[in-house]
Write a protein that binds this ligand. Structure first.
Ligand code: NAD
Length: 244
């Protein structure tokens, strides 16, 4: 039997680089997946739940919508995120509010609604996609790092508080991953994304940036029975490059 046969999963940011890989790998492993993102055209999933995570009513009801669409809910991957660049002195009110809304408030709202539903149905696993920069500071991304540190802390607290409910909450903390988020950051600064990705890859002890599948494999591990004794862990996936 496939590893996730009979499991139902909600993946946010499912149209993005890491989210698409997570959704595809979960489906390959037998899970039924509800995909959430602003635009899900062309995304293969068992249920499509488009919407904007900065809208409280959407985030508050997403877990129940996924459960209703799939007939159950065992796994949530809070993967959607935005990365606004700059030190504090170059960060706007909108950078601050939008980063909090997507990277912290939405996972908070989703987990708050989902945990009782999942507990009542026998438990489950939540995997948050934080960042190495939520564990240690990174340069020129003060607000982003702050939000990922908040998500990391929320993960540790929920891991502690809800183990007794049968819910395991853990986080994957990637360093740089070759996704649209990373490439659009290079393009905004006028760099050729392809050569910037190759150059940055040379700074990683393993010799390359992570591909989305490298991160998705660890997300699936944390969502699986193999991680049955892990609660509140922050798992760095960094190719040997713990800081930038
Ligand atoms: P991505 O930009 O390819 O995907 C992010 C997805 O989130 C997008 O599809 C986007 O539409 C969705 N999203 C953003 N705001 C939303 C909103 N308001 N409502 C609904 N959906 C929204 O980026 P990615 O690199 O795949 O990032 C996935 C996660 O991994 C993020 O949380 C990111 O912070 C984290 N991460 C990425 C890297 C990296 O180098 N790429 C490193 C560490 C952590």
């Amino acid at each position: 039997m496939a590893e996730f046969e009979g499991k139902c999963a909600l993946v946010t940011g499912a149209a993005g680089g890491i989210g698409q890989a997570v959704a595809a790998q979960l489906r390959t492993a037998g899970a039924r997946v509800a995909a959430a993102d602003r635009d899900l055209s062309g995304i293969e999933a068992d249920a499509h739940l488009p919407g904007d995570l900065t809208e409280a009513a959407y985030a508050d009801t997403l877990a129940a919508a996924a459960r209703d669409a799939l007939g159950g809910l065992h796994i949530i991957v809070n993967n959607a995120g935005i990365a606004r660049r700059g030190p504090v002195t170059a960060s706007s009110d909108d950078d601050f509010a939008a980063s909090i809304a997507v990277n912290v408030e939405a996972p908070f709202r989703i987990c708050r609604a989902a945990i009782p539903l999942m507990a009542q149905a026998g438990g489950g696993a939540i995997v948050n996609v934080a960042s190495c920069w939520g564990v240690r500071p990174g340069p020129d991304h003060a607000v982003y790092c702050m939000t990922k540190a908040a998500l990391a802390s929320l993960t540790q607290c929920m891991g502690l508080d809800h183990a007794r409910d049968g819910i395991r909450v853990n986080a994957v903390c990637p360093n740089e991953v070759d996704t649209p988020m990373l490439r659009s950051g290079f393009e905004l600064r006028g760099f050729d994304a392809q050569s910037a990705v190759a150059e940055l890859g040379k700074t990683v002890p393993l010799g390359r940036l992570a591909e989305p599948g490298d991160i998705a494999d660890v997300v699936l591990f944390l969502a699986s029975e193999k991680a049955r004794y892990m609660c509140g862990a922050l798992v760095e996936v960094n190719g040997g490059k713990p800081v930038s």
